[in-house]
Design a protein around this ligand. Structure first.
Ligand code: PLP
Length: 268
């Protein structure tokens, strides 16, 4: 066995269940880059192939559900998986395929908020719409995501509009309303909710981590970096999954991921 393959087999691994973005700004290409930065191997299950620039989504091909299930099963048959990152799913059928495949793999147990027996940590980035305005999850998919995947997640990472859309509510007008929405999402069975405030105003970019049976709120802040950047949501969730795969606690993984994304933004 070569040195390269020996060291690869020892590295922690994250299974990325996500779509490709032909611009490379977001999606699977971004996730793999982030995991590489954390010295974590990536296994992947492609949910959709998207054609997009930074300004438009021009085509989406949804991978058939049986092929998604086969990819996830094959990933689990390949090696031990330390964490799962879920990104764009696209349709209700895809959400259901992912839920079925994770259940078959024994990777997800639905057992209430903060339950300690979730087999593999799952970081769920509820990707609904691209920055350019393309719809990345259909209406049935949103409902299925909330009903079937959120309860299995270790962490769900909505931004402010995504939290409102998942709950079918208006966008929170202030931080206390946002925290209440986070707690309502937590009530759907996830172990943690990270409300991303990256697109809000102010000198600081503040994320709110709500987790545990007491729904404790922790503020995670970093200096705000101005200028548009795509793929920050993907990168944050992938970096958190990397941290969990390495064995970090949920708050530490979130804090380190925030610093990682700050560095990414500062370096353009
Ligand atoms: N396209 C794909 C395939 C994605 O997975 C995501 C986010 O996860 C996006 C687009 C949206 O990224 P952005 O909001 O940076 O456009």
């Amino acid at each position: 066995m070569s040195r390269v393959s020996r060291s690869r087999s020892r590295a922690p691994a994250v299974l990325v269940i996500a779509a490709t973005d032909s611009s490379g700004g977001a999606g699977l290409a971004r996730d793999v880059r982030v995991l590489t930065d954390f010295s974590v191997d990536a296994l992947c299950a492609v949910t959709a192939v998207t054609a997009q620039s930074d300004r438009h989504v021009t085509a989406v091909h949804h991978v058939p559900p049986d092929v998604i299930r086969a990819q996830i099963a094959a990933a689990f048959a390949t090696r031990a998986i330390g964490a799962i990152k879920i990104g764009m799913l696209g349709t209700k059928d895809t959400v259901e395929a992912v839920v079925a495949a994770l259940s078959e793999a024994g990777a997800a147990s639905q057992s209430g908020a903060g339950a300690p027996d979730r087999a593999v940590p799952i970081v769920l980035d509820p990707v609904l719409v691209s920055t350019s305005g393309g719809v990345l999850l259909d209406a049935g998919g949103r409902t299925a995501l909330l009903a079937s995947l959120v309860p299995r997640a270790t962490l769900v990472t909505p931004n402010v509009p995504e939290a409102a859309a998942l709950l079918g509510e208006a966008v929170a007008a202030d931080e206390s309303a946002l925290i209440e929405q986070g707690r309502r999402l937590l009530g759907h069975g996830a172990a943690g909710i990270l409300l991303k405030g990256g697109h809000a105003a102010g000198a600081e970019s503040v994320d709110l981590l709500i987790h545990g049976r007491e729904s404790v709120v922790e503020r995670i802040s970093a200096p705000r970096v101005t200028g548009a950047s795509r793929g920050t949501g993907c990168a944050l969730a992938a970096a958190i999954a990397a941290g969990l795969a390495i064995g970090k606690s949920l708050p530490d993984a979130c804090r380190d991921a925030k610093q990682y994304v700050l560095g990414m933004l500062e370096n353009g």
